[in-house]
Design a protein. Structure first.
Length: 254
């Protein structure tokens, strides 16, 4: 395959799926690791994709396909850690909190100290992460129908349970933030988070800066109703979007 044909193939794949892995492209095109990495570097310089650890992501603001929880775990890890780190001081002993689904929330859970908290989540990876280290926390996994792609629960059972619980704080993430619209991939997953947020005294959004000016299927909440946004060091990207919502950034560590 000629180089330009190879580059066009990679761009088509990344735009269709939203993300490509180096290992997958190697297997599909039968070329070396170094060749694919050079191709990705060149395509990034051309402004056709963005390099991330282990692959690349599309620059399209509305991807054709939702990535799985497993795929998202390798994307923008340092940025997600920075945003999550900034939110940690807002955890207070004795409170009841909700943690939404997503890899950013799983990272946040992995950073949480074991303390006297009552934690409710509808995300299986978040629950497992906390359960592995928890001695003081009281953990509640809200059941329902599982979305395998995100490993989270949704639907009437989930919503009924969340509607009956009052939270001191809710921490959620999203797939995209455009203007003041906070977006995710499905009605069901968005509605579960909306219920928890509406039942909370304080509402926190944890996102990495790659989500800014990205869109997804369903706008489940408005930025103006969020207490605070936690983002990585690229917080300047969100400044034009904010109104009464305050923004706090975290340091990216190597």
């Amino acid at each position: 395959m000629l180089k330009e044909d190879r580059l066009n193939y990679i761009v088509e794949e990344v735009n269709h799926y939203g993300h490509v892995k180096v290992t997958d492209i190697i297997n599909q095109l039968h070329v070396s690791d170094m060749t694919i990495r050079r191709d990705l570097d060149e395509l990034e310089k051309r402004g056709q994709l963005r390099r991330v650890h282990g692959g690349a992501v599309s620059l399209n603001d509305y991807p054709n396909k939702e990535l799985s929880h497993r795929d998202k775990k390798i994307i923008n890890i340092d940025l997600k850690k920075a945003a999550a780190r900034a939110a940690l001081p807002y955890l207070k002993a004795g409170e009841t909190i909700f943690l939404g689904p997503g890899t950013t929330m799983e990272i946040f859970a992995s950073m949480m100290d074991d303390m006297d908290l009552r934690v409710v989540t509808n995300c299986l990876p978040v629950f497992k992460t906390l359960n592995d280290k928890s001695k003081q926390m009281k953990l509640y996994l809200v059941g329902g129908e599982m979305r395998k792609i995100t490993e989270s629960f949704h639907g009437s059972i989930t919503n009924a349970a969340l509607a009956s619980i009052n939270f001191h704080k809710s921490f959620v993430s999203c797939n995209g933030l455009t203007n003041t619209d906070i977006m995710t991939a499905t009605f069901e997953e968005g509605n579960a988070q909306k219920i928890a947020l509406n039942n909370s005294n304080e509402r926190y959004l944890i996102i990495d800066s790659s989500k800014i000016d990205k869109r997804d299927f369903y706008s489940y909440y408005n930025l103006e109703d969020i207490t605070k946004v936690f983002i990585d060091h690229n917080d300047s990207l969100i400044r034009p979007l904010e109104s009464s919502t305050s923004v706090e950034s975290g340091e990216v560590k190597e």
